[in-house]
Design a protein around this ligand. Sequence first.
Ligand code: URP
Ligand code: ZN
Length: 468
Amino acid sequence: MATLLIKNGTIVDIDHEYQGNILIEGEKIVAITQTELPADQVIDAKGKYILPGGIDEHTHLGSFGGLGFETTHAALVGGTTTVIDFAPMHEGETFSEAIEAHDQTAAGIASCDYAFHSMVMGGGHQGLFNDVKNLPKHGVSTIKLLMGYKGSEYYSNDETIMHCMREARKYGITTMLHCENSDMISYLTEILEKEHPEQTIDHYYSRLPITEVEATHRGIDMAILTRAPLFIVHVTLKDSMLAIRDAYNRGYPIYGETCTHYLLLDKSYLGLPNFEGAKYVCAPPIRDKANQEPLWEALRKGWLTSASSDHCALIGGFEKKKTGYGDFAKIPNGVPGMQERMMMLWTYGVETGRISRQKFVEITATNPAKLINLPHKGRIAVGCDADIVIWDDQYEGEISNRESYQGIDYSAFEGFKVKGRPDQVFLRGVLMAEKGQFVGDKGQGRRQYAKPYGRCFDYLKHSPEVLG
Ligand code: URP
Ligand code: ZN
């Protein structure tokens, strides 16, 4: 089997960093040494950091109208070697059928590795809950439910959520929840649509902070009632984050993530003229700037455990307009970002001193792997897949959609300065991207099979008395 040595780099993991040489044989890391071992190919990474390939735990490649797995070379260019994508469910399908159908859209097409979360659509039914036990067979250890889209196929009511939570807990499946209060949103939308439906910023005013905070508290209470571990997705607000932190500190296995755009963009983008604001429409909406530092603090202190992209690539000037022009409530939700995520978090997290390099690795790779329980991903360690990023922290540049592989007409981070980017990106030992260019073969991504009892169950293992 061909061997590759990456020598002299500074290897970063979640606890420390050290100089070392990484020997890769085939697809795996087989040794990490201080001595120089012989290899077929040697790369000198002196002066650079060696990071585990990023894992983006929240992407919509084909759901919510977003472009699909054919665009996943963009993730690799940005240093992400695995995406965890939501498998949409079509009418009458079980989880198992939806997962296998979604795999058909990825197999032989995805360029990076990929795993799936299940996602309840169509309101849920008993047959669906009975199928939860089959998820481990399909390599899926998470189910997402969405509270915020009443009137659409994505919506689940509280009863469905609690039935699903209870069933999920029995089989080591982690419940993920999108927390927004649909009734409050409908009430506000009706009023605002009568007044000035053409104002994109009203997407924000129809989904005010209270709609997320209320639903977050309710989601936590439902998890406590059903005694289920809970992972709250795309947290945008200080107050939602504090609810998660406080529940965890009270002894409940409640966790959450935020996303790149909530850390770096604010609601003023929604007010951009000429329908430009539509490009930033997502749910929950981007918020007041005052929430950004608390979200960084939460990442630093472990109150939120990761930062995903929630990548959902819709053509800004076309798809967003097609249904949304003239009515803010009909603008499709979604912001792209799987290519920019790692660079943005490094530049505005590590380079500003908000988070350490160790924390960067933890929130971009190690914790996402633990969320769904993929022990061979998200770390630089012997036996793990050789998903490796040689990171150049001296690179300086600017985000431009001209350099994007995401396949749409805008970047949400256009014009942002960056300091640091992937110099070389290896997927299972194969060079896939170099200095902002995709250099691999497309379609080489491989499906990853998660195991039940991901990290949100850790608390249960250690404190069974908390949940009985
Ligand atoms: O606006 C967003 N986030 N679109 C994708 C769907 C979701 O709610 O995650
Ligand atoms: Zn999402």
